[in-house]
Design a protein around this ligand. Sequence first.
Ligand code: GLU
Length: 283
Amino acid sequence: MLTRFAPSPTGELHLGHAYSAVLAHEAARSAKGGFYIRIDDIDGNRSREDYVAASLADLGWLGIAWDGDPVRQSQRLDIYQAALDDLRARALVYPCFCTRADIAASLAAPHGPSGAIYPGTCRALPPAERDRRLADEPHAWRLDMARAVAVGSDLDWEESGQGLRRADPAAHGDVVLARKDAPASYHLASTLDDAEMGVTHVIRGADLIASTDVHRLLQALLGLPVPLYRHHMLVCGMDGKRLAKRDAAASLASLRAAGIDGLSLAAGLARGELPTGYSLQMP
Ligand code: GLU
């Protein structure tokens, strides 16, 4: 068994991250398996080195020990690029020149499980116009979902304790696989990394279960192994809402400053026990 915890260094870790990290760490260690840290720092505009250092210090405070050096997405751009080239050669992705404002302004933009469904404007660009704009306009790369689901079918995954689940990627529309400002999207980078790192059990918050629809499709398209998944409950604050990076009181740094013992906190989290005022809920 090999699990991982994959923080994005865009803020301080809070109790929700601690819960996720403890579950993944416990699962691996109780099976005498491996546990990796992956730093999801592909978003160069929002990722900060001081958050990387603070996150690792927080994990150490919780008594979490990881194998090897933390893996950095920012150092794996070649892997993402090669997969994108492969999908491009098979005409499963197309360049998209739309701005957020263009998409928001489209009357035909219903919402899917991961936000607005792309109305498909750039999917139908004439080849000559596409080539001309590719040369000098910033662009993202989108998955041509209709073509992709025709290639990858029977998309099941095993959700821990629940049996098989059927992925429904079509509901997401033409998702972005490489952004204008970053060489891969979360979907592409996370799926490739989990496969390449040999992760056998993806343990993460239930807020990401919809993303698994897309990840399962990418696994089929790119010939990647399918890990087992466990999407766990989310830690909510006093207001019943899931914690966000802005909830400073729940940050691990503030809990530590308040004199809480990290090892006892981690032991409690592993049993599903949270400090007073916090609860676990399904989104
Ligand atoms: N970096 C992602 C996050 O912080 C987690 C990715 C994952 O576990 O797949 O939400």
